[in-house]
Design a protein around this ligand. Structure first.
Ligand SMILES: NC(=O)c1ccc[n+]([C@@H]2O[C@H](COP(=O)([O-])OP(=O)(O)OC[C@H]3O[C@@H](n4cnc5c(N)ncnc54)[C@H](O)[C@@H]3O)[C@@H](O)[C@H]2O)c1
Length: 340
């Protein structure tokens, strides 16, 4: 029986890369059927709501979605629909693996996984202006909400992920030297939980700014990194940079009752509609979804075809210094699937 998946093409380059990924999944024989829904700016324009009830209901029913990027206006306008979806479905773990595929890049043999807490911290959305005198926006305040429950859940997920995937070490990146309560809670619980995994998974903690520097100086010392929401958001783009940029970084948002797979990158308005977006990140997210569903064979076939296409420098998109297009790159992956 094919698995029914909610498909949200999204904004900007979303529809272009989604069409490419759906074509490749079909060519690989993935057992999936799609229920297409809208969200983000596209939905706001079409139905006046950036997160329509029909989209939420579809994810609730299928418990599984593949999502293109959604634009969020900066500073003003509607709140992030990505954040809203993660909170609505309690997708508490954001898993973002990166691995070197482009040879001859800045680093060889990178193989890292970032596990980001996805529902709390500074992205809880608890913020407001403080008026003073005649200035209604004299100050602004955001709350970094950290719960013992949420911290316990994400740290355990990171250690269990390490065990399940044969990873050696978990690094907890934090700022407990300055944020002694919110980040202190994260660090204290990390140290406690690490004791349960002694002999199975090595544990270390590092201050977030030093972690960022060491990721550039010597990324090989890291394996699984776990951190709170905003730090994870920033570090995940940084680790994408180690392996050739956002075009190659997939992500999974995992909860108890649903999972949403997406690329790390956004809607790339600067290249939207030009036909040059790299579909690889969303494709790799779809492969994570196939793994999640136990559809190992099409997952492996796509991995092999994608890696060969990139390694052999066939029709690469401009972000990977090629002169191909989304279409020619997709053709190249599909061709390899046909001959495998
Ligand atoms: N999960 C999500 O849906 C998500 C994530 C990040 C940003 N966003 C939203 O996306 C919009 C644009 O954000 P941004 O410009 O800061 O980040 P972005 O990731 O969209 O783009 C950053 C740079 O990377 C390039 N890029 C991104 N994906 C690419 C791809 N697949 N192929 C080739 N080049 C690619 C872009 O052209 C741009 O130069 C914003 O509205 C933001 O809120 C959404």
């Amino acid at each position: 029986m094919p698995e029914t998946v909610t498909l949200i093409p999204g904004d900007g380059i979303g529809p272009e890369i989604t069409a490419s990924v759906v074509r490749i999944l079909e060519a690989a024989g993935a057992q999936l059927q799609w229920e297409e829904q809208i969200a983000g700016e596209t939905a706001l324009k079409q139905v006046g709501d950036p997160l329509p009830k029909a989209t939420i209901d579809s994810i609730k029913k299928n418990r599984l979605a593949l999502k293109g990027p959604l634009s969020t206006p900066s500073g003003t306008g509607f709140r992030s629909i990505n954040v809203a979806l993660r909170q609505e479905f309690e997708l508490y773990a954001n898993v973002r693996p990166v691995r070197t595929l482009v040879v001859g890049g800045r680093y060889e043999d990178i193989d890292l996984v970032l596990v980001r807490e996805n529902t709390e911290g500074l992205y809880s959305g608890v913020e407001h202006y403080i008026g003073i005198g005649s200035d209604p926006r004299a100050a602004a305040e955001s709350v970094m909400l950290v719960t013992r429950f949420g911290v316990n859940r994400i740290l355990r997920y990171a250690f269990e992920y390490a065990v399940k995937h044969g990873r050696k070490k978990v690094t907890l990146a934090h700022k407990a030297n300055i944020l002694k309560y919110t980040q202190g809670l994260f660090l204290d619980m990390g140290r406690e939980i690490a004791k349960e995994y002694e002999g199975k998974v090595e544990f270390e903690d590092r201050i977030i700014d030093a972690t960022a520097m060491l990721l550039v100086m010597d990324p090989y010392r890291f394996d699984v990194i776990v951190c709170e929401n905003m730090f994870g958001d920033i570090l995940s783009d940084q680790i994408a940079g180690l392996v050739g940029g956002l075009g190659l970084a997939p992500g999974a948002n995992i909860g108890e009752n649903a999972a949403i797979f997406e690329a790390v990158h956004g809607s790339a308005p600067d290249i939207a509609g030009k036909g040059v977006a790299n579909p690889s990140a969303l494709l790799m997210a779809a492969v994570m979804m196939l793994d999640h569903l136990g559809q190992k064979e099409p997952a492996q076939r796509i991995r092999t075809a994608l890696e060969a296409t990139i390694r052999e420098n066939d029709s690469l998109t401009p972000d990977l210094k090629g002169s191909g297009t989304t279409q020619t790159f997709t053709d190249a992956v599909v061709r390899r699937l046909g001959s495998s």
